[in-house]
Write a protein that binds this ligand. Structure first.
Ligand code: ZN
Length: 227
């Protein structure tokens, strides 16, 4: 079986549009949320997390999006555990997963994540591969949606990155042993840019048309491979 896991970081209002698109193609997303920015201008509200993310997964991204390597052990644990607690209350979901803000972590941070009961912790280091993760607390995704071409107005770079993703999708389908295409992004990269949203929709359409690929949340994937 082949799986697609797609993760969206930072809980901006553009996640609403992402959910709408995912639902349209009967796909599932994993949303990494900072409880500290909820209700701020441009961000989701705490009150909408339960209904908006029904059928999707809410995961933690710390309370305040700090560079965790710069914090004390106590500070790291607070950022994770407090976020888990608040997100559980808001979303009415069991929170299991986590993504390191800025992809910033070291052994200490990883140990604290483990102590805080994190099931998996995603990094931003693209492997360009389709393998099963070796270490769930250092879960390297396959790639950023546009190969890290984000926060840029250079649309050529974005388009190039996206074509790289489409090539990767082909490669994934042809790879007999390829198990997981794991993509991450921030919906704020798209803002109200129709061309970028069309790109994302094109990807969703391609994936949903492939009978060999099932779209799952990050923790559903882990559940599947733990059977
Ligand atoms: Zn982030």
């Amino acid at each position: 079986m082949k799986y697609l896991v797609i993760g969206f970081d930072d809980n901006t209002i553009y996640d609403r549009k992402a959910v709408e698109l995912l639902n349209k193609y009967h796909m599932k997303g994993t949303f990494f949320v900072n409880s500290g920015t909820l209700n701020d201008s441009g961000f989701l509200t705490a009150g909408e997390l339960d209904v908006l993310f029904e059928g999707h997964e809410v995961a933690s991204h710390t309370v305040n999006h700090p560079r965790l390597k710069e914090l004390t052990n106590q500070g790291i644990k607070y950022e994770i555990e407090q976020d888990f607690e608040l997100l559980k209350a808001y979303s009415k979901q069991d929170i299991k997963g986590f993504a390191y803000p800025f992809g910033d972590y070291d052994k200490q941070v990883k140990d604290m994540a483990k102590e805080s009961g994190v099931l998996y912790a995603r990094t931003v280091k693209g492997t360009k591969k389709f393998d099963r993760p070796k270490d769930l607390l250092e879960w390297h995704p396959t790639m950023h949606l546009t190969g890290m071409a984000w926060d840029t107005n250079d649309f050529d770079r974005v388009r190039k990155g996206f074509h790289f993703l489409l090539d990767k999708l082909e490669e994934f389908l042809e790879d007999y042993n390829g198990e997981l295409l794991h993509v991450w992004l921030h919906s704020w990269e798209f803002k109200n840019d129709v061309e970028r949203w069309d790109m994302l929709e094109r990807f969703f359409k391609l994936v949903s048309n492939e009978e060999d690929i099932i779209s799952v949340t990050a923790s559903e994937y882990i559940e599947e491979i733990s059977k």
